[in-house]
Design a protein. Sequence first.
Length: 320
Amino acid sequence: MNKKIGITLGDPAGIGPELILKISKHFKEKFTYVIYGEEKTLLEASKLTGIKLNYKKIEKVEEAKERGVYLIDLNVLKVPVVEPSVSSGKAAVAYLARAVADAIRGNIHGILTMPINKFWAKKAGFQYEGQTEFLAKASGTKDYAMMMYSEKLKVVLLTTHIPLKDVPNYVKKEEILKKVRLIRKEFLEKFKFEPLIKVLGLNPHAGEMGELGREEIEEIIPAVEEAKKEGIKVVGPLVPDVAFINPSEEDVFLCMYHDQGLIPFKMLAFDEGVNFTLGLPFIRTSPDHGTAYDIAWKNKARESSSLHALRLIEDLLDKI
């Protein structure tokens, strides 16, 4: 099987082009890598980094019949763009859309998406909160979740980019159950092991028996008990301020809101963290950072997170 990994350029004004060249030094002969972007941008990034990438230009991913490195040059930009703009946002969306279309058809088996900028993408007509939401909509995926993955810690979010004051409205038994079931399904199918799912409480001290909030009693505990009846390895609600001490490799934490999970994750695994989308019909990872316009096109970007994102796709494809 010729296992193909698609890599999107991301926002060309960000650090994506530079990162692709830096991780290209670690490409493996047993995989096929298809870059979705612009040749002119890659050539400029090559001058910047001093890294030469040998690739074959193709029009369609089906032409990548032999293992190697290929480029689908979408030629969205008339000239290389190194400043964020509507043009850079439009280009980033075009690269993503083409890669996702190929993945949906089964022509590539995993996608590494370099960062896009929500502001400029939306200015260019992108109508989604982020790449994850677009991937889910395009693939017809209803149950999905954002997971931050590293060998040290694995964190799944019940809620993502919503105001903290609104979080309790989403802490509901059925929503928690959906996420718990999804985590188990994805780990059994893609990671090939049974996770221990640790569900965190919402309130300080996990509600202190209702004294500090009722969500644990009324929503989280019933969800955990129902999941246990279904044979799922799950515990909770855990007290949030001690839940992350000495995690094991099989632990997956279900956190109630964004910062509850992302603060400990980035403290423990910032340089090796990977954004993984659970629930998609293909593997999708992304580095755990944004476009970093402040250091873009200065050859200062570190490729550690991107390389871990690539390695995770490769490792999972090896399990197929």
